[in-house]
Ligand binder design. Structure first.
Ligand code: NAP
Ligand code: GDD
Length: 329
């Protein structure tokens, strides 16, 4: 029997790696778009960590290069496209606003155009973001809540979000948005606050460092586990009709409390090591995010399975091993 084929952009990122594993376990042939790098040996480290690098087929391409996307879609002919590629670090989006708009915004239009031209029968998932709620207009955010983007990243994501809806309505394509709240894992990039904390805790515990420098400790996020969230992406594309869904745990926690959990996992007190440095603050902040995932619960049967405490423990333990073994990820 021929396997169902999926194409993942952003396959080398956190979500791309977990999604590859999930799809391979579900019998898919998984293809990914990888941009050229001078450090090609490091590019697949997340796929290697999850033990799926040898089972994925990688194609050279970039979201800003339409012809590369057309060529890849033409050769792969995927049934499902997961568009996860982006300049995804919010803080960098103020330093590189044009690039962020190009990749995270217009790059999505390139993907939609390539699909419309080459494989209009495919199903398309767009990685939308809770960051689009920005200065929140309701205390709990659902699919019906108005957006108020507070960063170049969020503005680019909002453009991509509406383009995805526009291609659905204009061309009757199967395109949808998953509005995912923050999700983390041992494979999270080191620049994001959760991984910065768990890596810092491991270094302090092992005597390699004596403090952790952070920015706004009062910001609140609705943090889930990436492994659970990629399942929701897949479930969305299995529905008869395309629709947009919020994915969240429905619990919000401060950065300060995340620190407390991570330090206490190794028997230390966060207050003894965390220092606030204004250089880590942002030009404008998203103070609090808290998602209402009722629609995903009711229509997809999806629910977050990992608690914050379990996730923090998994991340700290993974970083303890990595720091001891001097591994880079
Ligand atoms: P990530 O780890 O930063 O991965 C981003 C991926 O995009 C990487 O594979 C990166 O490739 C690729 N990429 C960047 N620029 C590209 C370009 N010009 N052409 C092709 N590929 C490019 O992000 P993530 O956490 O897995 O998130 C996946 C997606 O979900 C992103 O779109 C993100 O904005 C969105 N999202 C994430 C969260 C979250 O909490 N994680 C929440 C909501 C939405 P390299 O490896 O070469 O850098
Ligand atoms: N990165 C970072 N580093 N953030 C810090 C620090 C620090 O030293 N100190 C405090 N923070 C605060 C930030 O100001 C922010 O309020 C919060 O921690 C979370 O920051 P990040 O982990 O960088 O994530 P994010 O919420 O800005 O963006 C992530 O989630 C979005 C979904 O809401 C990214 O994954 C985005 O791609 C995603 O769309």
């Amino acid at each position: 029997m021929t396997k169902k084929r999926a194409l993942i952009t952003g396959i080398t990122g956190q979500d791309g790696a977990y999604l590859s594993k999930l799809l391979i376990e579900n019998g898919y042939e998984v293809h990914g778009v990888v941009r050229r790098s001078a450090s090609a040996d490091l590019v697949c480290s997340r796929l290697i960590w999850l033990g799926v690098a040898d089972e994925t087929v990688l194609h050279d391409g970039d979201l800003t290069d339409l012809s590369s996307l057309i060529r890849i879609l033409d050769s792969v002919k995927p049934a499902e496209i997961y568009n996860l590629a982006a300049q995804s670090f919010v803080k960098s989006s103020w330093q590189q606003p044009y690039l962020t708009g190009l990749v995270t915004g217009l790059g999505v239009t390139n993907m939609l155009e390539a699909m419309r031209l080459v494989c209009p029968e495919a199903r398309f998932y767009q990685a939308s973001s809770s960051e689009m709620y920005g200065q929140v207009q309701e205390p709990i955010q659902s699919e019906k809540t108005s957006f108020y983007p507070r960063s170049p990243y969020a503005a680019a994501k909002l453009y991509a979000h509406w383009m995805t809806i526009n291609y659905r309505e204009s061309f009757n394509l199967y395109t949808l948005n998953g509005i995912l709240f923050n999700h983390e894992s041992p494979l999270r990039g080191i620049e994001f606050v959760t991984r910065k904390i768990t890596d810092g805790v491991a270094r302090i515990k092992l005597g390699l460092s004596d403090e952790l420098s952070l920015g706004n400790l009062e910001a609140k996020r609705d943090w889930g586990h990436a492994r659970d969230y990629v399942k929701a992406m897949w479930m969305m594309l299995q529905q008869d009709q395309p629709d947009d869904y919020v994915v969240a745990t429905q619990r919000t926690t401060t950065v300060r409390d995340f620190c407390t959990l991570a330090f206490s996992h190794v028997g230390l007190k966060a207050d003894d090591y965390v220092r606030v440095d204004k250089r880590h603050f942002r030009p404008s902040e998203v103070d609090v995010l808290l998602g209402d995932a009722s629609k995903a619960h009711d229509k997809l049967g999806w629910k977050a399975e990992t608690t914050l405490e379990e996730m923090v423990a998994e991340m700290v333990d993974a970083d303890l091993v990595r720091v001891q073994q001097k591994e880079h990820l």
